[in-house]
Design a protein around this ligand. Structure first.
Ligand code: F6P
Length: 321
């Protein structure tokens, strides 16, 4: 193996740059040529390549976003698009590919292996933390911290006005961010796609709190398949209890900013490991972190949905009594 490439794909996540830095430096350390592919799989289709040097990744460990840029590539859903990508991969003389991204990125990587035997190692990086087989993903810790800092500010105004707030966090179809953020913010209730929390129950909690003098509350709601998104939940609470709720959708603010130390270090560990694993001849795998140890997980055997930690939900219920 002489020449490898690296790309970031799907939604950007804070820490992707630290991962790119680790891959580039580990590749050069191992005497490999390393190319950065711009805009994810789209760049592989469009031949958007950049030869990477040690200095290409200087001063990026602390930066959010991704210097390689990212994209969600529709052409990859088509066999013709993947064939074109495989041809470009071979034309460029690459011997291996490291992809940094989430579930969509991994699915494409697995399909490229199955259809065209492109040797790929994947690094889990998504704020959603919804990749089965790894305890956490690059970007999750920072996104949670971003959301917590924003909600602490919301709590100030909620307390000053005696208000109820529904705060919607990201997570696509999973409640990992909602749960972690809810626990850290002392939320009264959490709505996540994986768990059924009834509006009636939440209204009872608000009433019980109000009866003992609680004047403001924060409810966290994950985007995705919750019983209606934040505005709908606010309307339902109004119908059931008469309580008015303000709604705040945090949105993409969660994806930006400098990665936390934990996020950077995870990215550095997984980045270096990905090069090692590729050199060892492992294929169609992701490098993951499990019980604080780096592990290699076969992509073909990893198609279950990652469950949320229901005991944390229970904890939130106990603590918001
Ligand atoms: O996967 C990361 C994520 O931020 C999800 O939480 C969210 O549903 C989605 O990406 C938003 O995607 P986009 O930035 O393309 O609108």
């Amino acid at each position: 193996m002489k020449s490898i490439a690296v790309l970031t794909s799907g939604g950007d996540a804070p820490g992707m740059n630290a991962a790119v830095r680790a891959v580039v430096r580990a590749a050069i350390y191992n005497k490999l040529r390393i190319t950065g592919i711009h805009r994810g799989y789209q760049g592989l289709l469009d031949f958007e390549f950049e030869a990477m040097e040690l200095s290409s990744v200087a001063n990026i460990i602390q930066k959010g976003g991704t210097i390689l840029k990212t994209a969600r590539c529709k052409d990859f859903y088509k066999a013709s698009g993947r064939k074109h990508a495989a041809e470009n991969f071979k034309k460029a003389g690459f011997d291996g590919l490291i992809v940094i991204g989430g579930n969509g990125t991994f699915k494409a990587a697995h399909t490229l292996w199955v259809e065209h035997k492109i040797p790929i190692v994947a690094i889990p990086s998504t704020i959603d933390n919804d990749i089965n087989g790894t305890d956490t993903t690059i970007g999750f810790d920072t996104a949670v911290q971003n959301a917590v800092e924003a909600i602490d500010k919301i709590r100030d105004t909620a307390a000053s006005h005696d208000r109820l707030f529904i705060v919607e966090v990201m997570g696509r179809n999973s409640g990992h961010i909602a749960l972690e953020v809810g626990l850290a913010c002392g939320a009264e209730s959490i709505f996540a796609p994986e768990c059924k929390v009834s509006i009636q129950k939440v209204c009872q909690n608000i009433k019980r709190g109000a009866a003992r003098g609680k004047k403001s509350s924060i409810i966290i709601c994950a985007e995705g398949d919750t019983p209606g998104r934040a505005y709908e939940i606010a309307a339902k609470i109004k119908r059931h209890s008469g309580f008015e709720a303000k709604v705040c959708i945090l949105g993409h603010i969660q994806r930006g900013g400098n990665p936390t130390a934990r996020g950077r270090n995870l990215a550095s560990r997984l980045g270096v490991e990905s090069v090692k694993v590729l050199l060892e001849g492992r294929r169609d795998v992701m490098v993951a972190i499990k019980d604080n140890k780096i592990q290699v997980v076969q992509l073909s055997k990893n198609n279950k949905k990652k469950p949320i930690n229901l005991s944390d939900l229970r904890l939130t219920q106990i603590l918001s009594i």
